[in-house]
Structure formats: C-alpha cells, structure tokens
Design a protein around this ligand. Structure first.
Ligand SMILES: [Zn+2]
Length: 328
C-alpha cells in the first residue's frame, strides 16, 4: 500500500490555513478584492517569517465573508484531505473569522459548515469535527466571545476548544476564563504552545489551562523533566513537522524532535497545520517521516492509535474509525 492510500487521522488543521491558493484567488476575483500581495509569482502563498505568515493568513481569510464561502472552503479542504487518505479530521474554526464572534452569526456559519461536513462524509468517507479556536494575539476579550460561541454550540460537530496565534503575546493563564467556560460546556481542550514559545509555554498551557492536548509542543524536548511530566499526564502532542521545518524552527526533517519525543514514550501524532502555506500534505508528511526516521507501517499504526485515543469524538465514532483502520 502506498503512503498516500494509507488511511490517516489528522488532529491539527486550520480551516482557513488549509485553503488551496487557487480557491482563495478565485474567490478574491469573484468579489473583486485585490490580495495579490499574499501570493508569489507562482501563485503560492508568500511570507517572510512567522509574523508575516499570520498577516498573509489574515489577508487570505479576508475574502471569506459569508457562510456560503466557508461551506465552499470546507468542501475544497475535505476533498483535498480525503485524496491523501484522511478519514477523520479535526479542524480549527474561529468565530472571529466567522461572523465576528456574534453568536447568531456564528450559528449561521456553523450550519453551513455542518451540512458540508455531512455531505463530505457521505460522498468522500471523511468524518470531520470542529475545534473552536480563539486567536491569542486578538486578546482575552475576543477569546471570551469565541468561548461563548463555542459553549453555545457544543455538540456533535463542535467538540473542542483551543487557542492559536502568536505565542509571543500574553500568557496561557490570561485565557483561563475562556477555557473554563469551554470545559463547563463539555468541550475537550487543546492549546498551541511550545512552537515559538519554549518549554515553559507548554508547562503553562498544561498546568494553567488543563488541556489534554498540545498543538505542536515540540520544544518540550528542551526540558526533559517536562517531557516526563507530559508522559505522566498522558498529554498528546499534535506535531506538525512540515510546518516546523517550513517556518525554520528546525533546519531539516532529520533534526526534528518528533522521533526523540516518540522514543521517550510521548504520545505523538502527525498533522499538516496549514498545508498549502508549508507546501505539504499528509502524504508528504508521511513520506518525509519514512525518509528521515525510517518509520514503517507499525510506527504509523502507533501514531494512528495515539491520534484516535486523543480524538475529540464520541465513542461510537471512535469505534467506527478504529474498525475502518483495523486498529482494534
Ligand atoms: Zn496550528
């Protein structure tokens, strides 16, 4: 079986960040919005560094203005994921971008997303769940509004809450109210940390916010006591190696700590983060991991088991995916 055909689970994918550039350019042309500066001459997303990446990301997102736009986006994204063997995916969605964190507007966006996800499940065999994500550099007040949207719509589709954005701004504890609100609504919790922030950012997210998963978290490797603590707490890492290499966090795949973290017993998983921005796909991630660390089918099965154990879905969905992937 080729790595492309291998059935996969993805836990860390930003909906807008997964937008194919051609889709965004097409939508910009329809709406007569000029965003040519977001692209290079080959039509790829163009950015200089992480902060500029966030700006280009937000420029691309600015053409997504209605529930219908988001429905079309989700359709394109799930189609792409399914082509790379993904049968279960969790997407970060932000009420900040979908209706300006107004609960009524958010419900309209969500209805469009949910019906698109149901269609994709029937047609493409891919199951999707949404993790409402607040944006760290938008500040704690906006995060509260996102958490309220999440709490109001927690259910079959919205199953988690998280935080993304610029890790250099504020501390995880500034967002405690939002995470408590989401937890009380029955949502599962994850937080981006240990990408641009060092090991302490991971420790803070785990201890202060009580999350069960960390987005990235790879810089935990710089503090082995923290690695042991993550193991004891059974924290799962949503590792996105291609993203880290593309953004220059590590100079090459072989230098990425995913294999060392795995060997030390941490539950690691593999995702693409914002794939077209990083010129990656789930297939490419698997190919590079096979090349860099000799990962074989047994290790990929271990990664899939980790992902399924940490997935923010109900037991019936988990059992169905486990059966489909022969992970029982
Ligand atoms: Zn991310």
């Amino acid at each position: 079986m080729s790595l492309k055909q291998m059935k996969k689970i993805e836990l860390h994918l930003h909906l807008e960040g997964a937008a194919p550039p051609a889709f965004i350019r097409g939508l910009a042309a329809e709406k007569k919005i000029d965003i040519h500066r977001a692209f290079d001459e080959r039509g790829h997303y163009a950015y200089r560094d992480f902060v500029h990446f966030l700006q280009v990301y937000e420029a691309a997102t600015s053409v997504l203005q209605t529930p219908e736009d988001y429905a079309r986006l989700l359709q394109a994204v799930l189609q792409e994921s399914a082509e790379h063997g993904v049968i279960y995916t969790e997407l970060f969605v932000s009420p900040d971008f979908c209706g300006g964190s107004d609960v009524a507007a958010w419900r309209d966006y969500l209805a469009a997303l949910q019906s698109t996800a149901a269609e994709a499940e029937a047609k493409l065999g891919i199951t999707a769940r949404g993790i409402v994500t607040c944006i760290r550099h938008f500040g704690p007040d906006k995060a509260r509004a996102s958490a309220l949207c999440a709490a109001e719509t927690a259910g079959d589709f919205i199953t988690g809450f998280g935080i993304a954005g610029d890790e250099g701004i504020g501390k995880p504890g500034d967002y405690l109210w939002s995470f408590d609100c989401a937890r009380e609504a029955g949502l599962r919790l994850t937080a981006h940390a240990g990408e641009w922030g060092g090991p302490q950012s991971v420790r803070d997210a785990v201890r202060d916010l009580g999350v069960e998963r960390i987005g990235h978290g790879v810089r935990a490797i710089e503090d082995l006591a923290l690695v042991d603590e993550l193991g004891e707490r059974a924290i799962t890492l949503e590792v996105c190696p291609g993203s880290n290499v593309a953004l220059g966090l590590y100079p090459a795949w072989r230098k990425h700590p995913i294999e060392t973290l795995r060997e030390r017993g941490l539950k690691v998983t593999v995702s693409t983060d914002d794939p077209p921005f990083f010129h990656t796909t789930m297939t490419r991630e698997y190919e590079e991991l096979e090349r860099a660390f000799g990962w074989d089918e047994a290790i990929f099965a271990e990664i899939h088991r980790n992902a399924l154990d940490a997935a923010f879905c109900d037991t019936a969905t988990r059992d169905r995916i486990a059966k489909d992937m022969e992970l029982t």
